[in-house]
Write a protein that binds this ligand. Structure first.
Ligand code: M6P
Ligand code: ZN
Length: 195
């Protein structure tokens, strides 16, 4: 075996919390880390003043960012809303657009929202046991529509990279909000325009 081959390894995944052990890349995103991403800016300001809540946590195990390697990652989105919009991830395209990703629902009630640069949009529920396939060229965002943590596992090419800028400036075509107590997709009034 050539010396530069990496050794196989295994990790422990806690399905109740989404924590991966060991974990060499932990990210915590608070509301202040995603300015202007929620449609209701007044509710955003209020929540920031009220303590800047942690919206989600990401546990990833980093391997070399090289073609051939895969990254494994979990996200734990805490339940809640900013205004009537459910807690969600920032959402991203892959910097290398021709790379896919797979998510597996582990806990809670979530949705996956996807869009393309040509204006395409799709959404699908993600619950424990759901496998979703995110093809190349689709931006992806996840949303917790339940009353407990929404936790999912993901795997994607290690050289994919994250492009946040496109979503930061354009947003997603649709928002997932609570209407009459029910998760409802509504058109994003500022889609395509800087927030
Ligand atoms: C999933 C994966 C990660 C991503 C995380 C949070 O676990 O797609 O690559 O980082 O969700 O989403 P975002 O990076 O958009 O904040
Ligand atoms: Zn991704």
């Amino acid at each position: 075996m050539p010396m530069n081959h990496m050794q196989p390894f295994s990790l422990e995944l806690d399905f109740q919390t989404g924590i991966i052990r060991p974990c060499n890349n932990y990210i915590e995103r608070r509301l202040s880390d995603m300015p202007g991403m929620y449609a209701d800016h007044e509710a955003e300001q209020k929540a920031l003043q009220g303590g800047d809540p942690v919206i989600y946590q990401v546990h990833q195990y980093d391997v070399p960012n090289e073609n051939g390697h895969l990254l494994v990652v979990t996200s734990t989105i805490h339940a809640g809303k900013i205004g009537d919009e459910y807690h969600m991830t920032k959402g991203h395209y892959h910097a290398r657009r021709d790379t896919a990703e797979v998510y597996v629902g582990l806990q809670g009630q979530g949705y996956l929202l996807l869009c393309t640069e040509e204006g395409g949009f799709e959404s699908m529920p993600v619950v424990p046991g759901t496998i979703t396939y995110i093809p190349p060229y689709w931006a992806h965002r996840t949303v917790n529509v339940g009353s407990e943590d929404f936790i999912f596992f993901g795997v994607y090419p290690a050289d994919a990279g994250h492009d946040y800028g496109t979503i930061e400036s354009e947003g997603f075509p649709m928002l997932l909000v609570q209407r009459d107590g029910v998760p409802t997709l509504v058109p994003n009034p500022t889609y395509g325009r800087p927030a």
